[in-house]
Design a protein around this ligand. Structure first.
Ligand SMILES: [Zn+2]
Length: 80
């Protein structure tokens, strides 16, 4: 794990958040908090976000710790 990989991982999370419109009003989500939780033995990065327009809250889950390029698609599948 290098700093560069870590940055790439975090960037991929934020790009997913930025690409996801609010389900209520279509506004942009802003990350307000993140934490790591272990679910079924798999660590997840849990990111609490809030809509900048209407305040609707949404929690994003990302497989953690580290996402390889081939897993980028899987992140989106989890969200869908
Ligand atoms: Zn909204």
């Amino acid at each position: 794990m290098t700093i560069k990989d870590m940055m790439k991982y975090i960037e991929s999370e934020y790009s997913v958040i930025n690409d996801t419109p609010c389900e209520i009003c279509g506004g942009d989500y802003i990350a307000k908090d993140s934490d790591v939780a272990v679910i079924n033995g798999i660590p997840y990065d849990i990111c609490d976000c809030i809509c900048s327009e209407c305040g609707h809250e949404k929690t994003f889950q990302f497989c953690a710790p580290f996402v390889k390029d081939k897993n980028t698609k899987n992140i989106k599948n989890i969200l869908n």
